[in-house]
Design a protein. Structure first.
Length: 73
């Protein structure tokens, strides 16, 4: 099973195939995976926390307009 390495010190120009060439973003990891389910992902500890934090912000941003539209005085 191939592994994709994600790190805060990574670069999305890398191939993500080793600890020496990690990628930075979850979006790039998904692109490298190419819709196949036979990949393992290895996250550095800070990278995983960053991705979780970014995901929460993204979800909150998506909800905000809908909640604002729902308010009718």
């Amino acid at each position: 099973m191939p592994t994709i390495y994600v790190s805060d010190s990574g670069d999305d120009k890398n191939d993500g195939r080793s600890l020496q060439t990690p990628i930075y973003s979850l979006k790039r990891a998904q692109k490298l995976q190419g819709g196949r389910n036979n990949y393992s992902w290895h996250f550095g500890p800070r990278a995983w926390k960053r991705i979780q934090k970014d995901d929460k912000k993204r979800k909150a941003t998506r909800r905000a307009p809908a909640e604002a539209d729902a308010f009718i005085p």
